[in-house]
Design a protein around this ligand. Sequence first.
Ligand SMILES: *Cc1c(COP(=O)(O)O)cnc(C)c1O
Length: 328
Amino acid sequence: MPVALPKVSLGAFPTPLVCLERLSGRLGGPRIYMKRDDLTGLACGGNKTRKLEYLVGDALQQGADTLVTAGAGQSNHCRQTAAAAARFGMECHLLLGGSRPSFVNGNLLLDHLLGARIHWAGDHRKGEDLPELVEQLRQAGRKPYVIPYGGSNLLGAMGFVDAWQELEAQIRDTACNPSHVVFASSSGGTHAGLMAGAARWRRSCDLIGIRIDKEPAGDGDLSDHVLSLASRAAAHLGLGAGFTKGDVVLHPDFTGGGYGVVGEVERGAIRLVAQTEGIMLDPVYTGRAMGGLIAMIRDKRFDGRDQVLFWHTGGTPALFDYAASLAT
Ligand SMILES: *Cc1c(COP(=O)(O)O)cnc(C)c1O
């Protein structure tokens, strides 16, 4: 039996699993389901809630009183971390890329309302300056706990092993039986956890990550990072067989203008899903990933018996900060 990890409750689970009949009909492709992790319930929801249940559990067990993490100015991860800190009476320090905008909106507005202390890091949006900040906090008598970029370490990935278990129960109770699962992949924890979860419950379906960032993830390529995290999660679960590089599927064709740049692909996907299903996607991650799925359907990548599950990882508060590129 794997060692039980400390975990707190932050979200409302299970999140809904819905069938997108009108979208499927409009695209004339396979049946499309959506896992609504935009509805995890923590300060506007998102996939980081699942990771934070383990990360905050670990922070509390270590006696920390302050959460520290990093991300882009519109980071959903940072916003959910700020909310988790508030829920447990902890201080939250966010190291954000860029500089303070003249108009505070979207996730950044929520960071402020949630009481997070914000530090601007210029072009260092992936936590390059975290060691200095942590040292300052220690000097000031705080007990900081550092959550890595995107919450993507073994603990974060375990949140998505749990998500897969949750999905298994929904597959048992509904007509959903996915042949493919499609999702946005950026810091790798979601992808790795889903891989380990699918292996743990012996479900054979294709997991297709849509790469969001053009540049490599921090210390190396994203696929290496996903492989290493998924392998560690599998080992933690006591699964005999590990993974190989070929098990990590990352679709590279949709990085467009780079991280956070909205183009025709994202705009079209956001409008189509909003206007067929009344569901909002986000401009940075799910708009891009759904744009990728739509392109794959148009390229006849699926056949009539396939069922595609799109994992909605959240991010909708960022829509408001992107008004200028979306309201055209
Ligand atoms: C962080 C994030 C992702 C990517 O998840 P990773 O685990 O970092 O790969 C996808 N969608 C949204 C909305 C996110 O905030």
